[in-house]
Design a protein around this ligand. Sequence first.
Ligand SMILES: Cc1cc2nc3c(=O)[nH]c(=O)nc-3n(C[C@H](O)[C@H](O)[C@H](O)COP(=O)(O)OP(=O)(O)OC[C@H]3O[C@@H](n4cnc5c(N)ncnc54)[C@H](O)[C@@H]3O)c2cc1C
Length: 442
Amino acid sequence: MVVSLPKPAGVAVVDHPWRSSSGAVTAHPHVLAYPRSIEALSEIICEVAERGGTIRPVGEGQSCNPIMATNDTMVSLAQLNIPMVEVNDTGPRPLVTMNAGAAIGAIEVALSSYGCALPQVFSPNATATLGGLIATAGRGEAAIAPPLHAHILAMEIVDGIGHRRWLTHEDALFATRCSLGTLGVITRVAMRVQPDTNYGITRVRVPMEAVFADFEAHTQDHDVVWFDWLPHSNQALLTMMDKTDEPVTPGGKAAIRRLARRGMHTLAANFRLPRHLAATGMASLWSTNEEVQAAAHAIPPKDVRGVHHMGAVLPAATWKDAIYALYDVMVSMNVPAPLPVQITAVAHDTSAWLSPASNGPGVQLTLAAIPGTRPGPWFGAAMDVLLHHGGRPNWDGVHRLSLEQMHELYPEITSFNAVRTEFDPAGVFSGVQVATLLGRIR
Ligand SMILES: Cc1cc2nc3c(=O)[nH]c(=O)nc-3n(C[C@H](O)[C@H](O)[C@H](O)COP(=O)(O)OP(=O)(O)OC[C@H]3O[C@@H](n4cnc5c(N)ncnc54)[C@H](O)[C@@H]3O)c2cc1C
């Protein structure tokens, strides 16, 4: 039961646990705050800072890492009363300011009504927030490009003393672009977007041998490309997307495919099917097809509720070995058919100190469990494999990096923490989990 306290700040004292979308993270926040204005957000931060408390920003809670939560105060921008999208100028790549609390799919659809599109493609039903995506180096659907945060030219953030900062200087943006909610609450983000476009989409089922052999060629040849490897089946689905002037194909079959996939997930979650049978059954749903879709509808909806996920960006030299090692672990631990492992090329990202791709180009592997199921110890073993192969964990996934590992993986953490001390001198955004990962600043 939630007891509402003083409006208009939208602050509620909570007497039940808060759970992330997957259920991977549970917390018992004393307060859940839904500020309707930036001033109200600022007041909430000041109040928590004055009493030496902890505050954590939260979006849709789709990430699987406990650093998003606290037992003190969690703040959501879901009710922030500012425009979702403001187009600031015209031209081929208009400058757009967006509400960081808005769902990325809704932003995608709103932009298409202005004739533009985000620089990366998201499903129109994607409910992850812009702020959550940026904070965790989200990158939409496998574009061979740096994460979405790399496109940010300016952002508004309310820091640890409740000050509203409008950041345009690169020195600050290196820290704030991928900041895990530890420098303040991001409220607005400005970036140049691209003209709305249609994508020609081709999906082909391929054996894993072809993935290993043709990965580099495919990733160089297409605007957007990724592989979904279905362990235990030796099959992968190759999705290639290229901008086109062709009209949208009528009567897409995405809804039918989604229903069929859900049916297989329900079967796999409720009956312990033989691994190969389940995997081959899922792979058989992957039929080769071609279609043209508008940018805002190019990515079919995916099931994200109840899904535990994790992964890492690996050096180009090690990802193939990592796949073999992951499969050995799956077999030795008798892991039932998980959801496909997404394999995608990642460009070198020099825009943020804590970007998993800041070390150079690489390959991102993302693993997910069947919706509604718990991955168990398998995810821990998989993370050991990824780290052993030089991976930098996905910030939105399950991981247990220590401060010592952070210093090894991210030498720039010292510069990041200097900005953290400036933006949040009292450490109001540093709960226990943040301190374990990044160190204490108070
Ligand atoms: C199965 C599955 C698949 C996914 N696949 C993809 C994918 O392919 N590509 C992709 O880009 N995303 C993907 N996502 C979404 C992904 O988890 C996101 O990266 C994102 O972190 C989730 O956004 P959120 O709003 O749920 O953030 P949350 O999980 O609520 O928060 C994530 C972090 O951001 C911080 N934060 C949230 N809002 C703010 C803010 N306004 N200011 C400062 N910090 C903030 C939080 O403190 C937390 O540390 C997937 C999610 C699932 C469940």
